[in-house]
Design a protein around this ligand. Sequence first.
Ligand code: C5P
Length: 203
Amino acid sequence: MSFCVAIDGPAAAGKGTISREVARHFGLAHLDTGLLYRAVGARVAEGEAPLDAAKALVADDLARGDLRSAAVAQAASRVAAIPEVRAALVDFQRAFARRAGGAVLDGRDIGTVICPDAEVKLYVTASDEIRAERRLKELQGSGFDTDYATVLADIRSRDARDASRVDAPMVAAADAILLDTSRMTIAEAVARAVAEVGRALRR
Ligand code: C5P
């Protein structure tokens, strides 16, 4: 069975949790595609050329402990605007999307570019302020020393860059189901996503 669930949306909207839980519920593999760009961004911050870094990416890069930092997130969103970097990462993501047993991929362009024929497409959003509050808790929980204003500014600047780039901008696919999680608990958002995927699986 090849079955692809595409979950896109802006930074810190809850895509990660929803994707992990949907994958676990249905026994699907999960790829957080943001990690690919973060790993490339981290290598570029260390002095490597962006395209070299994208081509040289190995599994160990995705396990680096520093990929969640705001500095790496910014570096990721800068390299993500380079068309050649995106192109170098396409084949791996498409192969993952169509692996036997099915897959959930979350990112910015999964439903539009990587897997436009995905069986389910969700576009997960929430207000800027709520996303910043959630990301702040997450970062502080992982030991990062930061504050609300810094996190909000980071989210807004990344969203603006991600939405305005020429190649694969962040945008909801025309056939995506919109899921605004601003007034939902995580459990409610996950339940809604699981219901949508369950419906598609029964079709
Ligand atoms: O999802 P996450 O916040 O980890 O992504 C980090 C950055 O990677 C995003 O701000 C975006 O620039 C880039 N990205 C992307 N396309 C994806 C996933 C992430 O451009 N599919």
